[in-house]
Design a protein around this ligand. Sequence first.
Ligand code: FES
Length: 314
Amino acid sequence: MEVLVARRSEPADGIIVLELVAEAGTTLPDFEPGAHVDVHLGDGLIRQYSLCSNPSDRSRYQLGILLADGSRGGSAAVHRSVHTGDRLRIGLPRNQFPLAPEARQTLLIGGGIGITPLLAMAHHCVGNGKAFTLHYCARSRSKAAFLEELEKEPLRDATHLHFDDDDPAQRFDPARDLPKPAPGTHLYICGPAGFMEWVIGEARRLGYTETQIHREYFEAEVDIAGDGFEVTLAQSGRTVTVPAGVTIVQALADVGVKIEVSCEQGICGTCLCTVIEGIPDHRDHYLTDEEKAANDQILPCCSRAKTPTLVLDL
Ligand code: FES
C-alpha cells in the first residue's frame, strides 16, 4: 500500500523516525505488537522495519531506522532519500515476533535499534493491563532513540535504561536484572546479533526454557562457507551447480531463475522454499528448531546442503 511520510525526525545519532499515515480518507490496517512492514525502496530493494508505535493507534505507523554500518543499501537509501511529504510503498504488517498471550510477566530487552518492536509491545502491555519490564541498552544517551517517550508516563515506571558509556553499575546485568524464571514469564529480545546471543545465553544459564525466550534478529551474519552442491528444480527437472562461496539464490539467478528475496540474511522468510529431497544445512534465523529438524523447507538466501543434491519445489 502507499502511505504518506507525515514526519521525519532524527531523535538520536544515526537514527531517523518516520511517521507514516494513510492516504486521505483511509485508515491503516491493524497490526500486532512485534509486527514489521516491508518497505519498498525502488530497484527491487525491500527492507523490513518494525512498527514501534502504539498498536491501538491506527492513525499512524512509526518506524525507527538506524543507518547501519556497512549498509547494503537499505538503511542508507531510507536515510538519504525518504523525507517528510514523500510517498512510500510498504507491505501489510506481518508478525514473526508475537507476544505469548498466556504470559503473566513480560520482559522486553532491547539493544540499540532493537528497541523498536519492544516499544510497540510495551504500549500493548500498558493498554491491556499486562505486567511488563523494559530494559533498553544503548551505547550512549545520544545514540538512544525514543527516550522522551520512555521517560514519561505511562512507560517510565516499567523502563530501565542502560548506557555503555555511563556508570558500570547501571549496565544491564542479566543475573541481577532478570527475575528467576517462573511459569508464565516470557523474555523478548531484539538487538544486534552479539547482544542477543549474550542475553539468550545468560537467560538459558538462569534456567529460562526455549519456549520462554523469544527473539527477533534485525541483522545477522551470513555464513555461506562450505563445499559446492547441486540443486534440482523439480518443476523443470533442471539441475544447477551451487559453487562454494555462492548462495543458492545467486546460483539460480545466474541461470535466470529468480527467487524473491528481501533481507538476504535468513531473517525474514521471504525466500522460503519447499525441499522435496535432500537435507538442507540450515544457516538461517527464521525457521524454528522443529522446522529445521523436519528438513522440508529451506531459506536459499543463506542455507546450503548436507547432501550432494537438494531437490526444491521450484
Ligand atoms: Fe530473508 Fe531469505 S530473503 S530469509
